[in-house]
Structure formats: C-alpha cells, structure tokens
Design a protein around this ligand. Sequence first.
Ligand code: EPZ
Length: 442
Amino acid sequence: MDKFVIRGGNPLVGTIRVSGAKNSALPCMAAAILTEEEVTLENIPQVRDIETERKLLASMGAVVGQREGSARDRMTISCRSLSDPVARYEIVKTMRASSLVLGPLIARAGVARVAMPGGCAIGGRPIDLHIKGLEKMGANITQQHGYLEARAERLQGAHLVFDKITVTGTEDLLMAAVLAEGETLMENCAREPEVTDLAALLTAMGARIEGAGTAVIRVKGVSSLHGATYRINPDRIEAGTFLIAGAITRGDLTVANCDPSHLGAVLNKLKEAGARVESVGSDAVRVQAPERLRAADISTEEYPGFPTDMQAQYMALATQAEGTSQVRENIFENRFMHVQELVRMGANIKVDGSTATVRGPSPLSAAAVMCSDLRASASLVLAALVADGESILDRVYHMDRGYERIEEKLQSVGAQIQRMGDIFPPVNMRRATDNSPVAPTA
Ligand code: EPZ
C-alpha cells in the first residue's frame, strides 16, 4: 500500500490548479443511464472513485471511454444496452455512492438490483430516504440477501418532502423524476453545487427542471432524454483543502480553476482566522496567512453552510491558531477519525460527543500516522506540511479516492512530499485505534 512521506516546514508559494468535482462527476456519470445516446463529460478528475463508477457502469453493460493524454479529463458513456442492471456488492462496498444508480436504473429499465452500501468510517450512511422517495413514486422495493430489488412499470410524479437534507438522495430522486409520468415536487432538497451541476446536465439532455440549487425542485417528466456534452464544476472541497494548505504553511498560494462563489463559508472562516483572502478574477482565489492565526469556531451545516467535507481540514488549521476553536460536526456521527492521529502529532484536541475543542497553537511533530477516510487523510497531509520533521502517512489509497495526483500538485508549490511504495515490511497488526473498515467506503 502506498504511503506519503512529508517533511514539514515549507511555505506553499505559487499557483495550484483544482480538478473537476468528484461529487459532481459521480451523479453525472450515473445520469448517462437515462438515455440510449452518448453522454460526454469534461473536467472529470482522475481519482479512484471515478474509476470505481466506470467499472460499475461497465459491469451493467455500458461502454465507458476515457481519453488519454491531455484530453484524459473527457469521458464518453454509452448506455445503449444495459444488459445487466445490477450494482454488485463487490463494487458497492468500496464506494457507497454507487447507490446513485438506483434511481436512473428504475427510471430507464424499470428494474434495478443494487447492493446495500453498508456503513463506512464516518457513519452508518443509510439510504432509507432514497428508498422512501422511490416507493412514493411507485417503485416496488424489497430487500434480501443484502440487495435492494426494485421494480416499476413507469415511475409516477409525486410530492416528495425529504425528512433530512440528503445530497445523493436529492440527486437519486431527481434522476428518477426526469423520466417519470407527470410532475414531481421535491421539498427540503440539498442545495449543494453538485446538485445544480447534475440538474444542468439533465437539462442539457432534455429534462425539464426548475429550482435546482434551492430547497424546492419541480420536475416535469419527459418520455425520453437525448445525449449531451457537459463540463462539470471544479471541486470546491479540493479548492478549500488547498486554501487551508496555503494558510497553515504561512504561504502565498493562488488556487486556480476553482469557483469562488462555491466557497463562501470557507473563505469567511479563513478571514475570521486572520488569513488574507482575495478573489483573482472569476476562477481563482489567493490566500496569504499571518504568522499568528486566530482561533475561530465552526459548525458543519448543509450548503451553503460550512461543509462537513472541510471539517477535518479546518481542524488541522485550528491546531495552529491562537486560542480555543470549537469544531462541531452536525452531519455525520463519526467524523473525528483524524483527531487521534493529530493528537499523536502533538495537537491539543478534546472530543465531547459531536464537538471537538482545539486549543492552540500547538507545535506539531512529525509522526507515522494512519489515514482512515478521504477527508481525514487530507487533514493529516495538512498537519504534516507544518510538522517538525518527516511524517509517514499510511493507507493513502483513502486520499486517492478524491484527490487527483495531490503529491504532484503540492510539490509544484514547494511541499516536500513523496509517494512511496511499501517502504517497510507490511505491518500485520492493525493499530488498536484504527477501527476503520478493511474495505474502505465513504
Ligand atoms: C454526499 O454524501 C457526499 N458524497 C459526501 O462527500 C458529503 O460528505 C455528504 O454528501 C454531505 O455533504 C457524494 O456526493 C458522493 P447525505 P451523501 O445523504 O449524499 C443522512 C466526500 O468526502 N441520511 O447528504 O451520502 C446521513 O446519514 C463524501 O466526498 C439518512 O439518514 O450524504 C447523514 O447523516 C463523504 N438517510 C445526512 O443524512 C438517507 O437516505 C447527510 O447525508 C440519506 C442520508
């Protein structure tokens, strides 16, 4: 298993480019199921989760082409013949977002067999709200042998009100509604930019959608959709991660190819912490940080609030700020897996339920640490960039799920980071504190 070796102490200076949004690409790839025609997606990030979904679509009979070289961010998907509308557990267990094929499969093929995703390192991750909405649209769904078996002659438009705000739940049901008979009114929807991205692709394919990006979405079902070419948004979480990298290393970093309008809560929090943040044109943000960062509290909320996917990264910054920062995680029940590893590097963090209290600044010392999930891994990279000495991060495959060539991008702005194969004999005993599942999912 690959590791990162990171020597801390270098300020990051220069310009770093953001890739396309993994959490837009995943639903947009699933949307190709809704048409027999070819769908071309641009700005697709080269990360493991995308490869996982490519395999999933191919296993169902889709033809998924990805260019090489400079056009490698272009993907063409043809679902002309979906010979096997089954999402098998072997794939689903490595990426719970596979449940995004459920709605499109029922809408297109009238039948779907999708493995239940199960939990992951950050929480139980149920999909009960996806199921409840599909049943209200007329799908007959049973659960057996760890699989959801779903059937529907043709889904019917319905009035759906989500009990909780769910990003992929909103996306799954939006994709079900675009081919349903009649109108669907969806309330208490997720407002994340990834939902808006998906709705823009579906509209380009001929869907009739109003209100995407707000809590109320109206869909007028159509009988069929056609192919389209669509460029997905830049990854706002990757952009936020790099902005914190610039701040924690006291650098002067410009994050390019991003959308500042998707980063409001993160930019505001960086300014509150004392960093100088300015937009550079319409697709870049520059961050400069003072020697003395100030403590500032965060509470994760659905978009446009402070994103849960930035909580771990912000916590690393908070260890370097003067004062006490309260970090409250409201979305997932177990998203503090990074805390123990940060404490092993010298951070002063106490967890009480869903709140972590971070006291700083704490000088961090390099250590051998273990990645447990995608964003916890990012937190450990950020801490290692400012720690004294050389840290070794194990299980960086978690990182590779959602960050494209991050070591090359960080090296280009001065970070001392290397990817290593197994530099020690594999350690058979798992650390007592490491209760992350063997099969990573998130
Ligand atoms: C999406 O996950 C993202 N993944 C996550 O990003 C992100 O953390 C999350 O939204 C929140 O923003 C993708 O888009 C592929 P939810 P999702 O449904 O849709 C509960 C990353 O790091 N819930 O919005 O699975 C759920 O347990 C990943 O890139 C139900 O109870 O999250 C959670 O407490 C991690 N029943 C809350 O809602 C359901 O049917 C929000 O979850 C669905 C969700």
